[in-house]
Every structure is written in structure tokens, then in C-alpha cells.
Write a protein that binds this ligand. Sequence first.
Ligand code: AMP
Length: 286
Amino acid sequence: MIKVFTTREDFTNYKFGLAHDSIGIIPTMGNLHLGHLSLLKQSLADNTVSVITIFVNPKQFGPNEDFDKYPRTLDEDLAKISNLALHSDLSSNDKKEIIVFAPRNNDEIYPTGFNTIISVKQLTQKLEGKFRPDHFDGVTTVVYRLFKIIGAKNAYFGQKDFQQCIVIKKMIFDLELDIKLNILPIVRNTEGLALSSRNQFLTTEERMAALHLSKTLKQIEMLIKNKEDYKPIIANELNNNKWDYLEVLNAENLEEPNQQTSKLVVIGAFKLGVIRLLDNILVQTV
Ligand code: AMP
């Protein structure tokens, strides 16, 4: 069964019948693809009620970014969710439920006069934070709001936005939020490009050039696994001004790794025209 709510009030009235322990939340900005749907599938497996939120959050876009142009495709998104529900055999299992929370305007999330920002320090200054100064404040503020409104026990995020996951993990820890963060693997196309709502804006040539991102990360992963030096490759790649950054960091906290670090993340951001593509690979070293 799928229910769609567009106001906080309607959702909250309905929520009173739901147990906190039974709810999973999947925050998205819509324009759904198989990456988003993989999160929903996992939530369906883990929870009785899965709430997928669809909200293009103005607070996480910088003044010169693509907020106005961000694809808003609610009808298609609902069709994709219905299709998934059909194939997950939800209809034969009355106990499982999908709720779509698609706030009809910003006031549903930020009522008039809303004047609070949730801001995780330090972690948000590096990588993406250097190029998108207020981005993570917008992310943590909306995610906190959504956690509060939905009241879920489980939250599902994609490893694709790895720094975002680590920032949210820190917010949950610092604010002692009663929610479990589940980070799911990156869904890629057959050529290795991580699915992203922004890929549709790439020209055919840019799409080919984009493969350099995942290929370079893979190359560094192989060097790490073979215990070879990856630093020359990084230095060489960074001569190409298409990279905003390309780094190997401790995957737990995004700090510089040392000999003891057992889990690394190879993480990069690559520019193609006006589009920035993010990707990363996790590497276990022991
Ligand atoms: P967005 O709508 O771009 O804010 O993404 C919503 C959620 O989907 C975030 O947790 C993303 O990390 C996740 N996501 C986006 N792309 C992918 C992908 N290719 N594979 C897995 N998860 C993804």
C-alpha cells in the first residue's frame, strides 16, 4: 500500500498510529533512479513502514547553484515507487507500507520564522565543504527536521554521498538521536558511472569523460590493495584541473590515514562543464 502526504499536519495525524520502531526513512530530493530505489528496497526489507521523503531543500544549495534547475519529477517518481511496490509483492503483504512525504512547499519543513541551523563543525570544512561552503549546514538542518517529523528508527543513505553520511553520523552521535544510520552501496551504470540525478545533464562526450572518475578511483584502490604507492597517481591527476579534489582518507572520520587505519576511502569530485560528479570507493586494508 502506498500513501502520499504533502503536508506535515496530514503526515503527523497519520503517524500517531505508527510505532517508532517500525519506521524507516529514506530522505531524497526526488528524480528517483535505481540508487534511490535500492535504499527504499532495503528499508522495505527492514521495516514495516518505509517513508521516502521527496523535497528539494533550498538550504543546501549555494546562491549560484542549480536549485531552480534541479529536476522535479514527482509524477514519474510516484510511478517508479508504485512499480517497485508491485514487484516487491507489497500487495500480498498488508503489513508492509510505503509512505511518500513530498512537502508541497518549503513552509512544511521550515515554518515562517524558522531560524535555526544544525551545523556539524570541522568535518564539513573539507572535501565538498571547500567548494560548497554552506551545503552541509543545509543538509544537516533538513535531515534533522525530517528525522523529527517522520520519527523513524532506521535511516537509509547512499555511500555515493560519503561525506554526507559521515557528517550525518556525527550529528546523530553528538545530538544522541534515536535513529540508526544505514549506509548502502553505490549503484552504478554498466560502465561504472555512479547513478546521479545530475547525470542527465551530461552531453554524450561528457558522459564518456565522466568514466575517468570511477576508473581513477579503481586504479588507486588496486594500488592500495597491492600495497603500492598511490601518491604519484594522485599528484599527477591533480594536475588535471577537472578535479576539485582526489584524496585517500580514513573512512571512519575523513582524517589523514596512518599505518593503523584499516578502512580507507578513495574519494573524488570531478567537473564536467557545470556539473560536478562525486564518487568514492571503500578499501579495507587489513
Ligand atoms: P539525493 O536525492 O541526490 O539527495 O539522494 C538521496 C539519497 O540517495 C542519498 O542518500 C544519496 O546518497 C542516495 N543516492 C544517490 N545516488 C545514489 C547511487 N548511485 N547509489 C546509491 N545511493 C544513491
